[in-house]
Design a protein around this ligand. Structure first.
Ligand SMILES: [Zn+2]
Length: 317
């Protein structure tokens, strides 16, 4: 068997195992429960899930989607979540390997990022929150990975690749990578690339937050509209973009924010058009599911902006 296929299967299995853990994260974290205790039980009868009932995807199939004790159905969302992360992990692996220029260590950060973004999208869609546990742990992991595997960051490995977005990070990276010993300079540049991403995310969405809040305040006063929200976006959204900046660098922040807003706008227009009676202009929509579209596209394919550019550029014969 071809070695790449073998590693691809390994990537899928890793993703399915991580997906199984992320199912627990998606359920427990927004409910303020511990990830370690108590052990998983059937929500209907309290039957404790035994190890062989906890094998990703396979156990659900063997049990035919039912609890082994009370025979109540187990949600299809569990195996679906495991398959989704498995496919994502496989796609990230496939992209990095076929790129030829990206080192294998890129996969680690992108795997973490993809799993975190998918979980945030699910949690935000179901509960309307973006837990700090996911965003903070992601940002910290990104900085640690930058120190350990500096070449795992495209800004270091492929500083001139515009498709990966390197307009903003290039000057900083080229300036710092020459400092002192090469090994020290490269690590410094990689960490700076991550911190620059966090800073830009906070600056971009932070200013949008203050501006939007002032505008909403003016609206409330002028139109005596007490239904208008007080905040234009949540702090969780800002932290989510900061995590993306930590993993992917400053340039990615700009493209992912614009991409998420674009997807949100399109979905919003479709929903408004389909709604027969307006249920209020101010109905809030979670941002993470929209943000996940360009964010996951970024790690499995590349910059959505250049993808659009390629799609609408006529190909020469
Ligand atoms: Zn049960």
């Amino acid at each position: 068997m071809e070695i790449r296929l073998l590693f691809g299967i390994f990537a899928f299995c890793m993703g399915a195992i991580v997906g199984s853990f992320l199912n627990v994260v998606v359920w427990r974290v927004p409910r303020g429960m511990s990830l370690l205790r108590p052990p998983s039980t059937c929500p209907q009868c309290g039957h404790r899930i035994r190890p062989w009932e906890n094998i990703p995807i396979l156990s659900w199939l063997f049990l035919r989607g039912k609890c082994s004790s009370c025979r109540q159905p187990i949600s299809w969302k569990y195996p679906a979540g495991e398959v989704a992360v498995g496919l994502l992990y496989w796609a990230v692996y496939w992209r990095v390997v076929n790129d030829g220029m990206l080192p294998l260590s890129t996969i680690l950060g992108w795997w973490w990022f993809a799993g975190a973004v998918l979980s945030l999208a699910r949690i935000d869609y179901e509960k309307g929150v973006i837990p700090n546990l996911v965003t903070y742990s992601g940002a910290i992991a990104a900085v640690i990975l930058a120190v350990v595997f500096p070449y795992g960051r495209p800004a270091i490995a492929k500083p001139k690749d515009l498709n990966l977005g390197s307009v903003l990070s290039r000057p900083v990276v080229s300036c710092l990578s020459g400092v002192g010993q090469p090994a020290v300079g490269i690590r410094l540049a990689a960490v700076a690339d991550a911190l620059l991403g966090i800073l830009l995310a906070v600056a971009l969405l932070g200013s949008a937050y203050w501006l939007g809040r002032a505008m909403l305040q003016a609206w409330r006063k002028r139109h005596r509209d007490s239904d208008a929200p007080r905040e234009p976006l949540g702090w969780g959204d800002i932290k989510m973009l900061a995590m993306a900046g930590a993993f992917l660098g400053a340039d990615a922040c700009v493209y992912l924010l614009a991409g998420g807003a674009l997807v949100g706008f399109v979905v919003g227009v479709v929903l408004l058009a389909r709604r027969k009676k307006s249920a209020g202009v101010w109905s809030s929509m979670p941002f993470a599911p929209f943000f996940a579209v360009p964010a996951l596209l970024w790690v499995v394919y590349g910059n959505w902006f250049y993808l659009l550019f390629e799609l609408f550029t006529p190909q020469p014969f």
